[in-house]
Design a protein around this ligand. Structure first.
Ligand SMILES: Nc1ncnc2c1ncn2[C@@H]1O[C@H](COP(=O)(O)OP(=O)(O)OP(=O)(O)O)[C@@H](O)[C@H]1O
Length: 247
């Protein structure tokens, strides 16, 4: 295994119901890796299992490695301390606090070795809209601004690798491509990103490599170029593009 974050034979069961089965993925240094699949395919189950938590009583087996070290026995907060950062679906901000306060609350990592270090001015450089809204409370932000704030908070924690669970949920198409291209800039600065995305068309524009998850199993993977031509991806997610190309 050579990625910054890897898992092998990762399996998650909920009361006998298998939500994830024998999953192997790798997130290499400086790459953006996409994970797509239909509703209920197991995408959130996978990133949550990597982060060390589950929404219910789950039995998790298999191996998870961060920088070559097994982290299977670590609690979620210990994984965060090691630099494995997840922005979960539904954001992760304090709605009663201002943008500034949300950012100031994040404790930077003690051990900066191998971490991607960002300051609050860096966050404002990546998301200028947040700087304009810095005195507004989380509750007053739009969906896109909340997502930027959630990502900004994750950056301040000094990630080794950043996992994003459907950052585009609820955003207008123009905002989706803007957000994803800003995240791509972070990757180009070296930060490895695992992106769970329902908008496959938008994901294919920014990721290096894509995994396709169906009913808890990885059923396809490849470069963005190869996966954009994969029959299953075209039929399930890019139908209108294919139809447009034929017209
Ligand atoms: N707490 C839970 N208890 C029991 N089953 C669960 C639980 N959470 C998820 N599941 C099941 O695990 C499977 C995968 O769900 P998951 O939410 O990971 O899918 P997803 O691909 O993220 O879907 P979506 O895009 O709708 O969020 C589904 O069959 C779901 O019903």
């Amino acid at each position: 295994m050579t990625g910054v974050l890897e898992c092998d034979d990762l399996t998650v069961r909920y009361a006998g119901n298998v939500a994830l089965s024998g999953v192997k993925i790798s997130v290499p240094r400086g790459k953006m890796i996409g994970l797509v699949g239909a509703n209920g395919a197991g995408k959130s189950t996978l990133v949550n299992a990597l982060a060390g938590w589950s929404r219910g009583r789950a039995i998790v087996t298999g191996k998870v490695n961060l920088e070559g070290q097994g982290i299977d026995d670590l609690a979620p907060h210990e994984r965060v301390t090691r630099g494995l950062t997840l922005v979960p679906e539904g954001k992760n901000i304090f709605v009663e606090l201002t943008v500034d306060e949300n950012l100031e609350l994040v404790r930077p990592p003690r051990d900066t070795n191998g971490r991607h270090i960002f300051s609050i001015p860096d966050v404002f450089d990546f998301f200028p809209r947040l700087a304009e809204r810095r005195h507004h409370r989380g509750a007053a932000l739009s969906g896109g601004e909340r997502q930027m704030l959630a990502v900004g908070r994750a950056l301040l924690a000094g990630p080794r690798v950043l996992m994003l669970d459907e950052p585009s949920a609820g955003l207008a198409p123009r905002l989706i491509s803007d957000l994803l291209s800003r995240i791509r800039l972070l990757v180009d600065r070296g930060l490895p990103v695992l992106l769970v995305e329902q908008n496959v068309k938008a994901a294919l524009k920014v990721v290096d490599h894509l995994y396709l998850l169906e009913r808890g199993r990885i059923v396809g993977e490849g470069s963005a170029e190869i996966m954009a031509a994969d029959q299953r991806i075209v039929e399930a997610y890019l139908g209108t593009i294919a139809a447009g190309a034929r017209a």
